[in-house]
Design a protein around this ligand. Structure first.
Ligand code: TXA
Ligand code: MG
Length: 336
């Protein structure tokens, strides 16, 4: 049963309490309703993908009450500060390098070195974000593939019973998603058109480039996007039923025996726990495996249902052949 909360002080404190304890709470913004979770808690973020039935781990936008809080977690340069001063609160999302001491978890950022941040223009939601006092990850609050919701009824149509609560902040003023602008490199790149136009942005920071490829979060990700995802240096072997002496093991359930280095995604065989531990596991096995002189990562089978689809999708990307990696015997170039 999903709670429907009014945007008054009782509703706001209930919504904040649910978010702070790992629950999923949908809330209105000026663009569309977002499905919020504590972006510092990978298990809470895993539940977003589960509730939406999203078949892959797209990076999510973290929402904040103001720019100062956002910029505690990402590195803002002069361009970012000027745009934030001009357009926040408002329908502009900035992609910026994550700070080493920031709290946005790997799953929310899909393992990328960057994170997307925004301050939405919705007073009750800003009060909620202030009360939560943590980054709040929120994709649109609809089932994967369905249209984005612009009122609380739309949210419940798709997600009733799948989320803890919806904070009813009324209909969304704009109804299309925010503009996403990548400022992580030397030139600004538009990743998704939205509520703020390129002309508006260019008036503040000068020329903006256009990205190629789809901006739709649920669209198939082309091979060109692989480079933007964390890819382990060690080759990855999927659906392993044994493990070689020179392989690290990414286990699921009861681990295969014989590996010197093991990261268990979930000893209990839980998919939400496995999703929450996936990016950290790849990183640790990659780093420590290379230090131990291991030559690859064997991955035990992960079942396909529910979150398993997203986990398997991510693992198959990690295992995909990479440009420039020869299939020669040593594979030492993969370590560089
Ligand atoms: O208006 C909005 O932006 C709504 C409301 C709820 O804030 N949220 C939303 O989230 O549309 P979502 O998850 O549907 O879209 C997030 C977009 C995707 O296109 C995603 O690829 C991009 O932001 N994105 C997020 N993090 C990124 C990153 N680190 N690098 C590049 N793109 C990123
Ligand atoms: Mg969406």
């Amino acid at each position: 049963m999903t709670e429907r909360l009014a945007a008054n002080s009782a509703g706001l404190s209930r919504a904040a309490e649910l978010l702070r304890s790992g629950g999923l709470v949908a809330f209105g913004t000026e663009t569309v309703y977002g499905l919020g979770a504590d972006a510092t808690d990978p298990l809470a973020v895993a539940r977003i993908f589960e509730a939406k039935n999203r078949p892959r781990f797209n990076p999510l936008i973290s929402h904040f009450a103001d720019a100062a809080h956002a910029f505690e977690h990402v590195v803002a340069d002069d361009r970012a500060r000027a745009l934030a001063a001009r357009f926040w609160p408002g329908p502009l999302t900035l992609v910026l390098p994550r700070r080493a001491n920031g709290w946005i978890c790997d799953l929310a950022a899909a393992g990328l070195p960057t994170a997307a941040v925004r301050v939405p223009a919705q007073d009750s939601t800003l009060a909620l974000l202030g009360a939560v006092d943590r980054p709040v990850a929120a994709p649109s609050a609809n089932l994967s593939g369905a249209v984005s919701p612009s009122d609380a009824d739309h949210v419940l149509d798709g997600l009733e019973g799948r989320i803890a609560a919806v904070l009813d902040t009324g209909p969304c003023r704009i109804g299309v998603e925010s503009t996403v602008l990548d400022l992580s490199g030397p030139s600004a790149v538009l990743l998704r058109p939205g509520g703020i136009t390129v002309e508006d942005i260019e008036a503040v920071i000068g020329p903006v480039g256009q990205s190629v490829g789809s901006d739709e979060p649920d669209a198939p990700v082309g091979p060109g996007m692989l480079k933007s995802h964390y890819a382990p240096g060690l080759p990855v072997r999927l659906d392993a039923s044994d493990v070689a002496v020179d392989e690290a093991l990414l286990a699921f359930g009861a681990p295969l025996s014989g590996a010197r280095l093991v990261w268990n995604l979930s000893a209990a065989g839980r998919l939400d726990e496995a999703a929450a531990r996936l990016f950290a596991g790849l990183r640790v096995l990659d780093r420590e495996g290379a230090a131990l002189g291991l030559r690859g990562i064997a991955v035990q089978p992960v079942p396909d249902g529910g979150l398993g689809a997203a986990i398997r999708d991510r693992l198959s990307r990690a295992a995909a052949p990479r440009p420039g990696s020869g299939s020669g015997s040593g594979g030492a170039s993969d370590l560089s």
